[in-house]
Design a protein. Structure first.
Length: 667
């Protein structure tokens, strides 16, 4: 007999060969119908997979939304692959995982037809619904490596065969049948699982195929090109519809679209992954920069500027050369030979690199001159321009670029100062995010598998960050406190701030990391009270993360309708008739004198045309003036997003705008 321990503390004895489904049936018919999978000693398993011994068992139903969604999306991917092969025999399949909001599968079309396109998606969707409605059982078997190789080679599945051949000799692998094994109409794929009990557990109306894209086998452009078919999958149609509405709203808010309409920035091939800021966009940048300088000045930071290019030996010493070189732009430390024939760069050149981060340079500043324990904490800040060689396919507008500027700072402190410094940073970050109208959650990213330092060092660093958040009063459910195993940097654990935007998306921005490794590797020391040299602790921290990405987030969060103090143009004075031109110019002069970023629109166009044009550019306020307003010294104020206009004296309008145009930290 097996002893089955359940979450409520009860223990059931069941015969050998019992499955989680049997346990659910023994508890009651309602649970038997609702159970879709199980956690067996913490591992998610199929509901019909026999238990091997005494077990801690937790049954999973659709109410366990996170696990249920993961299972459903995994199954949608398999149904997608089955549908494509049913429609186009000879299609080769590779792999298809669940994603954050759906699934995809990489496939290769038969040689007899062109690669799959958007035009094929309706037929694939219909076939998927047919498979789901057939309620085909999903049955797990264990095969030998050689069995799999033989099957894939026999059926012309060259990609699957290649993968199976690289698996260890003698390894047994799980496969899943869709349908009764070996019967006509059944379909098989190699997969670790787990899966739902049958395809009918999926909702045929709760998924949608979204797009196709090119992909390479194993992500290597030297390999065969495949088609990646993306879909989104949910537990029911209501969830799907809500997701599609979010996508529609996100498309309206896309910072690339709004950035073009508002004339803020552009990107182009000549500087792939770097941003060309236009005058209007750079106004936003300058406002953010000024805001952050006031914040860090008030918090006791000293601003510095460090070189863009540093010798490779420095990066070797810091550890980045070995851990991060593939993401660095590397250049030779010699003058290129452009006159003689032969190689432009000799093989004997020393190497330098554009900095991907500011940390080592800040250590070099710290090491200038002898530092005493009385000098600590020393807070060094830099609006540091960095370069990272991100893959072409990963670049995305302002959100992921190759050249970016961080609001970067490093705090060098003593052991006894760490918790207090992190606590102060938590309060500073809280103030900044609230000034921009964001709510957020805090996560603690713990040690990764590849890392520098001892376990004792990591234990201490993680405990200090945890303690600081507790002291700041932020390690609560209200702030979404969570710990993330394995997601820290290779040199330090870190706290992460995840902002929630206006349509419920989250963005990871600010971080602080407690680092004992880099000061050791770069030989940073201070003279302690005992007269001996000690290592400082180095706290790496940022709040915006990068200016580029934070501006992109702000544009999408506010749908381009930025707070008045950030708006590139805060008001436009627009005339109805040319008789009001002189008054409009006078109004503009007074607004400028009051510190308002204002423009005039004196064109011979209808006022409705002017309203529409400035609305597209997200100008917060349009001050309309005609002959009567000129005579009375008034304006008709149209505020973006409001139906009714206000009739104010020019002085009242200036006072109103001046209040809103003041940054929140200066009010």
């Amino acid at each position: 007999m097996l002893k089955i321990s359940l979450p409520d503390g009860s223990v059931r004895e069941m015969p050998a060969g019992t499955t989680p489904a049997d346990v659910a049936a023994a508890i009651g018919p309602g649970l038997a119908k609702a159970a879709i999978a199980a956690r067996v000693n913490g591992e998610m398993r199929d509901i019909n997979r026999p238990l091997e011994g005494d077990t801690e068992l937790a049954l999973i139903t659709s109410r366990d939304e996170e696990e249920a969604l993961e299972l459903a999306r995994h199954d949608y991917a398999h149904v997608l692959a089955e549908a494509v092969q049913a429609l186009w025999p000879g299609t080769q399949i590779t792999f298809g995982p669940a994603t954050e909001d759906g699934f995809y599968y990489d496939v290769k079309a038969p040689d007899s037809r062109d690669p799959f396109s958007m035009d094929d998606l309706p037929a694939i969707e219909e076939k998927m619904r047919e498979i789901i409605k057939a309620d085909k059982p999903l049955h797990r078997e264990v095969w030998s490596r050689q069995q799999l190789i033989d099957k894939w080679e026999r059926e012309g599945e060259t990609f699957k065969a290649e993968w199976a051949k690289e698996l260890p000799e003698g390894e047994e692998l799980s496969v899943y049948w869709s349908g009764t094994p070996n019967e006509e109409g059944s379909w098989l794929d190699m997969c670790r699982g787990p899966h739902l009990p049958s395809t009918g557990k999926l909702d045929p109306q709760a998924f949608k195929l979204m797009r196709v894209a090119g992909a390479y086998w194993r992500g290597d452009q030297r390999n065969a090109q495949l088609t990646r078919i993306y879909g989104t999958g949910w537990l029911n149609k209501k969830q799907l519809n809500a997701h599609l509405v979010r996508l529609e709203e996100a498309a309206k808010r896309d910072h690339r679209k709004l950035g073009s309409e508002m004339d803020l920035f552009h990107l182009q091939q000549e500087a792939h992954g770097s941003v060309f800021w236009h005058p209007q966009g750079f106004v936003i940048w300058r406002e953010l920069e000024a805001y952050m300088r006031r914040a860090i000045d008030g918090a006791g930071y000293r601003e510095v500027k460090t070189p863009q290019v540093m010798d490779a030996h420095q990066w070797e010493q810091s550890g980045h050369w070995g851990k991060y070189r593939e993401n660095m732009f590397v250049i030779p430390d010699e003058v290129p030979n452009t006159e003689d024939e032969g190689d432009i760069i000799s093989g004997e050149a020393d190497w330098m690199a554009l900095k991907p981060m500011n940390c080592p340079a800040h250590v070099l500043i710290f090491k200038q001159g002898i530092k005493s324990y009385r000098d600590l904490p020393l807070r060094i800040y830099e609006n540091g321009c960095c370069h990272r060689n991100e893959p072409h396919g990963a670049l995305h507008g302002l959100m992921r670029v190759r050249q970016f500027t961080q609001d970067d700072a490093h705090i060098f402190c003593r052991e006894d100062q760490i918790v207090e410094e992190v606590r102060k940073f938590c309060e500073l970050a809280d103030r900044v995010y609230r000034d921009f109208g964001f709510s957020y959650s805090i996560k603690l990213a713990l040690r990764p598998e590849r890392r520098f330092g001892t376990d004792e060092m990591w234990d201490q660093a993680e405990a200090e960050l945890r303690d600081a958040v507790v002291r700041a009063g932020l390690a609560t459910e209200e702030y979404g406190w969570e710990e993330l195993p394995g997601e820290g940097a290779f040199y330090a654990p870190k706290l992460e701030w995840h902002l929630t935007d206006a349509i419920g998306r989250t963005w990871q921005v600010g971080t602080i990391q407690s680092d004992r490794v880099l000061p050791e590797r770069l030989d940073a020391t201070y003279v302690a009270e005992d007269g001996e040299r000690h290592r400082p602790i180095m706290l790496h921290r940022a709040i915006f993360g990068s200016y580029e990405r934070f501006i992109g987030i702000l544009i999408e969060h506010f749908a381009g309708k930025l707070p008045l103090w950030l708006a590139p143009v805060q008001a436009v004075v627009a005339t109805i008739v040319s008789d009001a031109d002189d008054y409009a110019k006078e109004a503009v002069a007074k607004l400028q004198a009051a510190g308002i970023r204002v423009e005039s629109d004196l064109r011979n166009e209808k006022i409705n045309y002017k309203v529409r044009e400035h609305s597209v550019k997200k100008v917060p306020h349009l001050l309309v003036v005609g002959k009567r307003e000129a005579e009375e010294g008034t304006v008709a104020m149209r505020t973006l997003g409001e139906k009714e206009q206000k009739f104010l004296s020019l002085d009242e309008a200036i006072a109103l705008l001046k209040e809103g145009a003041t940054a929140p930290d200066l009010r």
